[in-house]
Design a protein around this ligand. Sequence first.
Ligand code: ACM
Ligand code: ZN
Length: 475
Amino acid sequence: MNAFVMFVAAIALVPAPREQAWRDGACNFAEKDVRFVRDAALPPEGYRLDIAPDGVTVASADDAGAFYARKTLKQLGTNAVPCGTVTDAPAFRWRGFMLDEGRHFFGKETVKSLLDLMADHKLNVFHWHLTEDQGWRLAIDRFPELVQYGAVRPESPVHGCTGRPNDYRGNGQVYGPYFYTAADVREILAYAKERFITVVPEVEVPGHARALLAAHPEFACREGLPRVPRTMNGIEDEVLCAGNDEAIRFMEQVYDEVCALFPGTYVHIGGDECPKKRWKECPKCQARIKALGLNDEDALQAWVTRHFTDYLAKKGRRTVGWDEILAGNPGLETVVHNWRKPEYGIEAAEKGHDVVVSALGATYFSVSQGVKEDPFTYLSPKRRCSLAAAYAFDPHAGMTEAAKRHVLGAECCMWSECTWNEYDLAFKLWPRACAFAEAVWTAPAAPRDFADFSQRMAVHRLRLISEGVNCAPLE
Ligand code: ACM
Ligand code: ZN
């Protein structure tokens, strides 16, 4: 390598831009030397960066493009930056990160630092998973019991155990109350907006509802539930009673407040992992099935999904649901969030649903990345999601051209059953989230060179570490 090539190799942009062309010469510049101009011909969120000896020009069609140009400049630094041009635009418009705050709560400051890191990697959708069996994290004015009972649990699994029913040891320490007030949410929304990040709240119906039922046991299928959230990990049998009109009305009122708080188009209603055991035994649920002429409990879940999709549509919102909802043939206006096999995402897109793609083996960063020195705990210790798998992720894989047009984008997910704090979370998230960012920003199908990414990542990892991020080693 000659000196110039080595110099350029050290540029190490992550995610890589679409096109970059470097030439001899270098530029030292200060923020004030950067000139911003509008060019309506550039794509949304895209930008063109011209670095010349006498200064830097950023062209973009919108403010988001100028913002992302600044993020690229941040990685280039201001001293002896090579002269050249970068022409860039995202491959996908939904570049998401999901944070589960139900199992463990991270709080405002961690969320803000995650939003900063998202922005640095040009990610633009924060999917905020706020309700779970183990905790309800959003204060709802009309129903104060939701956080009074739902945001605190008697204990959590001890460090080091998976916390599943067959491997549960409780730590005996009260956890919470931990939740976000409306003022907290507004603060986070403002912070996200400044960074061109849309926040999609997730409030689950009808499963993952044990913390809700701690607050409102009258909305369970059977009487006498203790007024505490679930402490074990794993899937809970107690779900919202779909035969109880008051339970349905209650959820409508919860969504009224969710919509009042969150201005974005999309509301995620969950819909995953809803066992039908209680519905099968419940006279109210069975009466609903009979009254509506439904075939079975799966059809009852389809009715619930349709009910809330229609309810939210009247408020101008689009629902997103995990891919289990596909079984009930939801309306095509419902966005399907693929997470199980890719086949469900393909099926949804071929039917004509807009799709957001996640994948257990490629974007679930709560799964072990398989590095040798890893002090942290995982819910399924044998599962793997390597950095290479994260880098190879292609939201379009296996799709026809027509289906590809329905892919809004993708999300990486951080489930927090076995993730306790920001330090633990960061190790699991980075560097895989960098690989994910490149998969959704740079290249849907372009050949990707993992060796090249790894070289850039070695430089970029030092940037993250210098910012205090507990980035895992590259192996
Ligand atoms: C999920 O991982 N249960 C969506
Ligand atoms: Zn019921």
